[in-house]
Design a protein around this ligand. Structure first.
Ligand code: 5GP
Length: 429
């Protein structure tokens, strides 16, 4: 990448102004590995390359989930340990999310056994200050000292939680437990004026603890290096091997067998309902196919549709739309081992009692009922997200927006400060 002058230098990376884009910087990951706020320091040849590769793969995943990040390009190319990122004013706070007790949390809470699940997840803030060993700060102090506004901190907290959940999902698919995670944020100018909060800095194997099978002794992360007082060459080679394994595993994060929603409606009269489902699915990036087939009028044709959809490449979840007497949902459900969500449009005849035909089903039939078309789309997306971390992340982001809408409405009604999430109580120290 075309680099201008150096703009900043950290323990494991150097930042240069981009010679091509005035709003961007080039991050060059170094081969250093450090611990104890830089007191212990070694060089592992190739670590910078692995850090850039891991970071780029993680940022690509998070960007695909619609999470606002500073990442633009690079890091995954053949030989480069360089990434192009948006230039941010970094906020000097390490935001740590903990799902399982370990590290400094266990030291501060000696009564808690390492490996204990922390529920709800805990968000902690540490002020970046090596000389004072990154002291823990409360949310109030961060706001009082003008390091971030309350609104910015709430956004940082929410995004950190989502990032943790996305990465925990990706690791879980490989039977690896994400224990904790450190992320950082920056402020970047928004095109329409003002600034926006972006996830920034590297996220690599130094940023988390990961335990395969939930077994601490099988750890893959930097803690291995922290635990060795004076590492030998063989120890450093072992550490490098773990970094290679992690970079490789992170490369699997976006893999999915692919899924789609098969919408089957009993009549073309149900099309408006189907379109609402399609719109909601497309907002989450879920592919869908729409068909008309009636269980009452064209039973064999409907069966054939199900066989065809079942036979296509990719996992299918069905959403069935049939008003009045809804035979279609149970009929499709009996014909497939895949999930069927019944989303019947409810008519006004018989005071809407049509719904009972979707609820009272013969034994061995498991079609689920979700009445609102957008909610049916979300339910299908959640099912497909079991095998798809990008989709899982998009669902998390949509839930976050849902929460934000409520809290913002409350603020407009005079109810609160407009903060999206009050900081997790547990982060108060
Ligand atoms: P702890 O507070 O338990 O030492 O660390 C919590 C989490 O944040 C761990 O996943 C750890 O790897 C990460 N972490 C803490 N401090 C730093 C830091 O200065 N740099 C990086 N890259 N990660 C950190």
């Amino acid at each position: 990448m075309n680099k201008g002058p150096e703009v900043a230098r950290g323990k494991t990376k150097v930042l240069y102004r981009s010679a091509d884009r005035p709003d961007a910087v080039v991050v060059v990951s170094q081969d250093q590995i450090t611990a104890g706020d830089g007191a212990k320091r070694h060089v592992i040849s190739g670590k910078g390359r692995l850090a850039a590769l891991t970071t780029a793969r993680i940022y690509r995943l998070l960007s695909a989930c619609n999470i606002p990040t500073h990442y633009l390009s690079g890091g995954e190319d053949d030989d480069a340990n360089e990434m192009l990122v948006r230039h941010c004013e970094m906020i000097p706070i390490e935001v740590v999310v903990r799902g399982v007790a370990a590290g400094s949390y266990v030291k501060r809470n000696p009564g808690v056994k390492p490996g204990t699940v922390i529920a709800p997840r805990l968000v902690e803030y540490f002020f970046k200050d090596d000389a004072n060993h990154d002291p823990q700060y409360t949310a109030e102090r961060i706001v009082d000292e003008g390091i971030a506004t309350q609104h910015e901190l709430a956004q940082m907290t929410d995004i950190a939680r989502i990032v943790f959940d996305v990465l925990a999902h990706a690791w879980k698919r490989q039977n690896v437990l994400l224990v904790d995670l450190k992320v950082e944020f920056g402020r970047a100018p928004r095109s329409e004026g003002g600034t926006e909060i972006l996830l920034a800095d590297v996220i690599d194997n130094d940023s988390w603890r990961v335990w395969p099978g939930g077994d601490q002794s099988a750890m893959l992360d930097k803690q291995i290096y922290r635990n060795i007082q004076v590492p030998s060459e063989a120890d450093l080679a072992n550490v490098k091997g773990k970094y290679e394994e992690v970079a490789e595993r992170v490369g699997q994060f976006q893999k999915t067998t692919g899924g789609f929603v098969g919408i089957v409606m009993g009549s073309s009269g149900d099309d408006a309902h189907a379109e609402r489902i399609l719109k909601a699915l497309s907002g989450l990036g879920v592919p869908a196919r729409k068909h008309v087939a009636s269980a009452h009028k064209t039973p064999l044709y409907a069966l054939e549709k199900v066989s065809r959809l079942d036979g296509m490449l990719g996992r299918v979840v069905y959403i069935t739309i049939a008003g009045r007497s809804n035979a279609l949902s149970a009929f499709v459900d009996a014909a497939t081992a895949n999930c069927v969500i019944a989303c019947p449009p409810i008519g006004s005849n018989f005071s809407g009692m049509d719904i009972l035909s979707s609820l009272s089903l013969p034994s061995g039939i498991a079609s689920m009922v979700v009445l609102e078309p957008e909610n049916a789309a979300l339910a299908a997306a959640k099912i497909l997200a079991v095998d798809d971390t990008v989709l899982y992340g998009r669902v998390l982001v949509s839930q976050y927006k849902n929460r934000t809408n409520v809290v913002d409405a409350d603020a407009r009604a005079g109810g609160s400060s407009g903060q999206t999430t009050p900081n997790g109580k547990a982060s108060q120290n």
